[in-house]
Structures are given as C-alpha cells and as structure tokens.
Design a protein around this ligand. Structure first.
Ligand SMILES: CCCCCCCCCCC/C=C/C(=O)SCCNC(=O)CCNC(=O)[C@H](O)C(C)(C)COP(=O)(O)OP(=O)(O)OC[C@H]1O[C@@H](n2cnc3c(N)ncnc32)[C@H](O)[C@@H]1OP(=O)(O)O
Length: 329
C-alpha cells in the first residue's frame, strides 16, 4: 500500500492545518521524511556544532540513511495522518469508522482494510526498544487482539526494523539497586514475549531493515516474516545474517528487493485480510495450543537466565562500551 504523490501533497497541506504544534521532535521527523521523499538521502553538508537548528535538521535527515523515497513518502503520510487524528478532538472521529488509533509515544498504530499495523517509531534511535516501547507494544497487541481487524502487522519506521533492547534501559537504576532492576526487567521481558506467544490472530513481521537482538528472537513467534533484502539479522557471535541466509534457516518466510518490498508485501497482506477471520484465528489457535505451554516454559527459563546474565561483568562491560563509544571518538 504506497502513498501516491496526491496523498503526499494532501499530507503536506494537512500539516499546515494542524490545530496544535506537534513539537520539535515530530517537526524534525516531518522535515526529514519530506526531504528524503523529495530529494533522497541527505545531501547537505553537515552544519557546524554551533549551528544547532540546522545540525538538528541535518541529523534527522541523515538518520534516514538510504530509505527509499517511496517509503519516506509513505511514512510521511502515515505520520501526518496519525498526527491529524491525535491532534483533533476524539469526538470528531465517527465511532466504528476505520480510524488511526493514537495515544502512543513510541509507536504509530493504524487500523484499516482489516489490517492493524504497528510501526516502531523511534527512527532516530534505530527503533531501539526502551521500557516505554515494551509497554506500548504490549498495549497495542492487546488492542489489536480485540479490534475488528483480521491480521496484525509489525514493522519499523526509518532505515532499521529495530536495533533491539535500548541499552540505556541499563542506566536508570532504582533505589533497590541493579538486582531489583534485573528482577523487574525479567518480569517485563517475560510478559512482553508472552504477549507474542498468546497473540490470537495471524501476526506478520515486515522487516524493513536491519534487526538486532530481541527484535530477531521474537520473529520465531510470528506467523509470517517478510524481509527486505536490506534487512540483516544479528544474533549469536554478533554475526550478521543476510535476509536470504535467515530465509534459508527458516526464520524469514520470503525476501523481496527493497524497491518492491512494500508493494509486494501489502499485496499479500490485503489478500490475507480478506480470508475468513475466524478460520485463520482458529487454525492458529489449534497449531499454537500444542506448543504454548512449552513456549511459556522456555520463556520463563530464558528470562531467569537473562536476569542473572544482566548482572555479569560481560554484560555491564558490553553496555558501557556501547554507551561510551562516541565519547571515545
Ligand atoms: C540491569 C538489567 C537491565 C535490563 C533492562 C531490560 C532488558 C531487556 C532485554 C531483553 C533482551 C534483549 C536483548 C537485546 O536486544 S540485545 C541487542 C541490543 N542492541 C544492541 O546491542 C545494538 C546496539 N546498537 C548498535 O550496535 C548500533 O547502534 C547499530 C549497529 C544498531 C547501528 O549503528 P549505526 O552506526 O548505524 O548508528 P548509531 O550507532 O549511530 O545509532 C544511531 C542512534 O541510535 C542509538 N541506538 C542505536 N541502537 C541503540 C540501542 N540498541 N540502544 C540505545 N541506543 C541505540 C545510538 O546510540 C545513536 O544515538 P545518538 O545519535 O544519540 O548517538
């Protein structure tokens, strides 16, 4: 499903009609997506450190990397659409119509044509999953399991699908100390993965770019995984798997050239969404019920092991190396 030039122009006009200032972060996102959609990858010289406004605009645009113009245009339209509904008063949205669901800080969620799309929306941080995003993904999945859509899709905004756990999650240590943080994180992670194990509808991943860590390991709980050939998976040994290698290993269902990824996948999704929803849901239930108990047991064991690993020197050193890497430049 690709936004047309007309959709793009309409979205540009909608921005001018927004009743409330969406804030600097959103305005930078809009600026970056507009430039990427109209000019392609960032082509302006990097401003000086004291040229704060242009440096912020350059950073926002440059972060989009080699995101295709069509994808940037689609993301611009999606963003404006979610802004328009979130900045309008909710009473203006007719009950029961296809509506852009709002109320998320780290996600964009839309639901139309029988498809609920959850987009990880922290492109400046490669869609790293912070504590807020863990909770919002669970909330969005719970809402999707009850809405009138037939299938649910998870994808990423920007040039990454997701760089996995946000490593700054390791920094805000509560009064109870790092042991308490590890304990609470294990509970959060177990609940998070449990939502994917228990999700009742067909769940499809659109891996639009590189994926790291937990964003890869939960792919095994999806019913289909479509990947752009720009996608890479990073797992054990820190070795990057190409999308093709991940497909050969059975982690990815099908790989498409990035230039046709959105079109190819949305053609399939719209066809799937027209299939009998109860038949799809009950088929998934029958298949998943046979493995659900085992999956939850493995999830519990993994979270218990992770709780201990997070306290190890190996983990702390890796996190500190990452968080201090730019200060060593
Ligand atoms: C005490 C216990 C606490 C537990 C807390 C909860 C634990 C739950 C854990 C659940 C299990 C999950 C495990 C995992 O997912 S492990 C994998 C974690 N992810 C990573 O290690 C990837 C880290 N990122 C990178 O290696 C690179 O950023 C990357 C290769 C992804 C991209 O490199 P590139 O050079 O292209 O871009 P930048 O590095 O400049 O990134 C752009 C900005 O985005 C920020 N960023 C990117 N990834 C992350 C991340 N994972 N966490 C935090 N921030 C991230 C990066 O810092 C840049 O930001 P700035 O522009 O502000 O510098």
């Amino acid at each position: 499903m690709r936004a047309s030039q007309k959709d793009f122009e309409n979205a540009m006009n909608q921005v001018k009609l927004l009743k409330k200032d969406p804030g600097n972060e959103v305005k930078l996102k809009l600026y970056a997506l507009y430039k990427q959609a109209t000019e392609g990858p960032c082509n302006m010289p990097k401003p000086g450190v004291f040229d704060l406004i242009n440096k912020a605009k350059w950073d926002a645009w440059n972060t989009l990397g080699s995101l295709p113009k069509e994808t940037a245009r689609q993301n611009y339209v999606d963003l404006v659409s979610s802004l328009s509904s979130s900045l309008e008063s909710s009473s203006q949205v007719e009950p029961g119509t296809d509506r852009k669901s709002t109320g998320y800080e780290t996600l964009m969620v839309t639901s139309e044509d029988g498809i609920t799309k959850i987009t990880l929306n922290r492109p400046a941080k490669k869609n790293a999953i912070n504590i807020e995003m863990y909770h919002e993904i669970m909330r969005a999945l719970k809402a999707a399991s009850k809405d009138d859509s037939s299938i649910t899709v998870l994808t990423g905004n920007g040039d990454y699908y997701s760089s996995g756990n946000d490593l700054t999650n390791f920094t805000d240590i509560p009064p109870g100390g790092v042991e308490e943080k590890a304990k609470n994180s294990a509970i959060l992670l177990r609940e998070f993965v449990g939502c994917f194990i228990d999700f009742p509808k067909p769940l499809i991943a659109m891996v639009n770019g590189p994926a790291v860590g937990i964003s890869v390991t939960i792919l095994g709980l999806f019913d289909a995984v479509y990947a752009s050939d720009r996608a890479t998976e990073m797992l054990v040994f820190g070795k990057k798997l190409t999308a093709g290698e991940a497909c050969a290993q059975g982690l990815v269902t099908e790989v498409f050239p990035d230039s046709t990824f959105q079109k190819e996948v949305w053609t399939r999704l719209k066809a799937f969404a027209k299939l009998p929803p109860n038949a799809m849901r009950i088929s998934k239930e029958v298949i998943r019920n046979r493995e659900k108990e085992k999956l939850h047991a493995v999830n519990a064991e993994e979270c218990s092991v992770l709780q201990e690993r997070w306290l190890s020197d190996e983990c702390m050193n890796a996190v500190m190396n990452f968080l201090s890497r730019k200060s060593n430049l």
